[in-house]
Design a protein around this ligand. Structure first.
Ligand code: MG
Length: 680
């Protein structure tokens, strides 16, 4: 019987028709407990629900059989994303990078050839827009990869424009302590974390000009400047008045005399120990007179500042090597403690918009907008500035948002969407609404996870309402990007003990709550996977059951293909988790109260008065005249509720839910992990 009902339900859900929002049929017969048969409204096709689908380009759909997911694969699977009711897609980074995941960007304006071409990207945008699906790019503004051309140039010499794009220091601990690095006035618990600084090498190579001033033979000087064209070896090998630059692996090059005691030489310099000035190129002792720094002093030079050379005819041991400015140089990366990212340098937040890195990263974002991009997901935004108890990051993000939005709005006539990743609890997230309209609501999932695992639903709605109130205090039109797990977390179902019933419950709670939900690809199939053994296990290829499955990695969660069914098999199963996600996607788009409604506490099932119902999460969703009652049983066991609301208009049910009428009240029997939504 139940299968027939579900089949009928699935049939009705597949019917599309025009018409307005919720308008369910009433179930008249309520005298005995009867299984709730949902009568969802017909969806008019309008995307109200603000559902975003998060996918990893490399794992999603491989159109050309090279093993890697690609842009054409996404285009060819847009109808699948459409079937979930999504109005946007967040793409993992699409730019060239050395890693599989793409967060070490090598060129912000380009597309990783593995994923396709710019034409493929424009085709994806165009086809998505035809379906009212927006495209959000993952934009990594905290750091670039060390293979980015900016970083390569920056580290190629001690003086070039791109050095300002990154944070370099000869002595990070001292420079932080003395306030010389505006983005890092404090760092780490101890004020300095050496694990976040990485050496560029002890002596950077590059082209340098060396100038000797021998006009005063008692106090000759050497001055170094950066850049230029290396000189050919000096053909004049006469010994009279000769001066030599001695460096590297026994290299000894003669200076050119410019007259009046001035000597110059430009070389492509590479030396681990620095250099000395000599008056002979003899390879045998005593090598002429040697000039350097006096023992006990620093032999490190500054650019364009004459350094007085020291010599000691009595003992060469008293003469120290001279080193280039900087000596051992470090660059900074703020998180992950890996040396293949380098943080971008935006300088003091007050003047960030004038920094070269800011101007360039904004210009490239504007270029993406011109290709049709609808928004950005900003990675790791809490790691941009590191000054504790300051609001520099929100300030910086507001500057970034405003300038990018100006460009977007002129083109599209609406504000751009931008969502920030602040991987923290809600109280740390809230202040970022001063900078961005949308932020991921990580704590939403963390609270739900704990509630389901403890079988305690009573406090969920109250906490969500309180936290979203805190967000609204920062920004009245805040967008809480609610979610379950994402690519940096263990999969939802694995966090819930591998239980499919609990995974469905989590999906139902997500899509029936206040907020703007993200569905992480695979959640709708009930994916499992944990980060133990590698992040790839929570980024497992999408299991289509057709030729689009990617194969770029061997690190695939073993449950995929065994306990997790493919898209093809789940589409044919009216009781699958995929079917449930599709039902809720349509329902959320049909009902204004689910789509944009406010969550309100239930008068009975709440932490103060609902003690006997502690396993239940209940709330109202309200928008205009529409009011919905949402109920989830987080407990393993069945529970029967007495409710004063009229339960005659069920819109959605997952699991066995039964109702009967007792005098003026209704009784509702919910099996473990079941969910139900009524229109009131
Ligand atoms: Mg491919």
């Amino acid at each position: 019987m139940r299968r027939k009902i579900i089949f009928f339900l699935a049939l009705t859900l597949t019917l599309f028709a025009t018409g307005s929002s919720c308008n369910p049929t009433v179930n008249p017969d309520m005298q005995e407990f009867k299984e709730v048969m949902a009568y969802p409204p017909q969806w008019d096709g309008t995307k109200r629900g603000d559902i975003t689908y998060q996918l990893l380009v490399y794992s999603f759909a491989d159109s050309d059989g090279d093993g890697w997911g690609d842009l054409r694969g996404i285009t060819e699977k847009l109808d699948y994303i459409q079937s979930l009711g999504a109005s946007a897609i967040w793409l993992s980074p699409i730019h060239p990078s050395a890693s599989y995941h793409g967060y070490d960007v090598e060129a912000y304006g380009a597309i990783n050839p593995r994923f396709g071409t710019m034409a493929d990207f424009k085709q994806l945008v165009s086809e998505a827009h035809k379906r009212n699906i927006r495209i959000y790019l993952d934009y990594v503004i905290n750091h670039s990869g060390v293979n980015h051309i900016w970083f390569k140039i920056a580290t190629s010499s001690m003086k070039n424009t791109y050095r300002d794009y990154y944070i370099f220091s000869n002595d990070p601990q001292k420079d932080i302590a003395t306030g010389k690095i505006p983005m890092i006035a404090t760092e780490g618990a101890g004020g300095y974390d050496s694990g976040q600084w990485f050496s560029t090498g002890t002596m950077p190579s590059g082209i340098y000009k060396f100038t000797l001033n021998w006009s005063n033979g008692n106090a000759p000087t050497v001055t170094i400047s950066s850049g230029g064209t290396p000189d050919k070896d000096n053909p004049d090998q006469s010994a009279e008045g000769a001066k030599y630059l001695y460096y590297g692996d026994g290299i000894c090059k003669k200076f050119y005399s410019k007259g009046n005691g001035i000597y110059e030489l430009t070389v492509d310099f590479n030396s681990g120990w620095g250099f000395l000035i000599r008056t002979s190129n003899s390879s045998s002792w005593p090598l002429g007179t040697k000039y350097g720094a006096k023992k006990g002093t620093s032999g490190q030079l500054s650019f364009d500042v004459p350094f007085t050379l020291y010599t000691d005819n009595s003992s060469n041991d008293n003469i120290l090597n001279l080193t280039l400015p900087g000596g051992n140089i470090y660059y900074y990366h703020s998180h992950f403690w890996t040396d293949w990212f380098a943080d971008l340098n935006y300088g003091p937040v007050a003047t960030a918009e004038f920094s070269l890195a800011f101007k360039e990263i904004v210009a490239i974002a504007q270029g993406w907008i011109d290709t049709g991009v609808d928004g950005f997901r900003l990675d790791a935004v809490k790691h941009i500035y590191h000054n504790e108890n300051s609001d520099e990051n929100p300030q910086f993000l507001k500057k970034f948002y405003d300038v990018v939005n100006t460009h977007f709005k002129a083109k599209n006539g609406r504000d751009i969407y931008m969502v920030g990743e602040v991987f923290s609890d809600w109280d740390k997230v809230a202040p970022y609404y001063k900078g961005l309209p949308a932020l991921f609501d990580f704590s939403f999932w963390w609270r739900m996870n704990a509630a389901i695992n403890q079988g305690q639903g009573l406090g969920f709605a109250d906490a969500t309402i309180t936290i979203h109130k805190a967000y609204s205090n920062q920004r009245s039109d805040f967008i809480a990007a609610t979610k379950l797990s994402n690519h940096d977390e263990n999969r939802t179902r694995s966090e819930l003990g591998g239980s499919l019933a609990k995974a469905k419950l989590a999906g139902a709670m997500l899509l029936s709550s206040q907020g703007s939900p993200y569905i992480y690809y695979g959640e709708e199939l009930g994916y499992t996977g944990t980060k133990t053994g590698g992040d790839e296990y929570v980024r497992t290829p999408m299991y289509w059951g057709d030729r689009y499955v990617t194969s770029y990695t061997d690190k695939i969660d073993p449950a995929v293909g065994s306990t997790v069914g493919s898209v093809v098999s789940q589409e044919a199963d009216a009781s699958s988790i995929l079917t449930m996600y599709r039902q809720l996607g349509r329902l959320r788009n049909s009902c204004p109260a689910l789509a944009t409604g406010k969550m309100e506490r239930h008068p009975v099932i709440n932490p103060q008065t609902g003690g006997i119902y502690s396993q239940v999460a209940a709330w109202y969703m309200i928008e205009g005249k529409q009011k919905l009652l949402v109920l989830h049983n987080l407990g393993q066991g069945e529970i029967t509720l007495s409710l004063s609301e009229s339960l005659t208009k069920p819109l959605f049910a997952n699991g066995l839910v039964q109702t009967k009428k007792v005098k003026e009240n209704f009784q509702l029997k919910m099996e473990g992990y079941s969910s139900v939504i009524f229109e009131l």
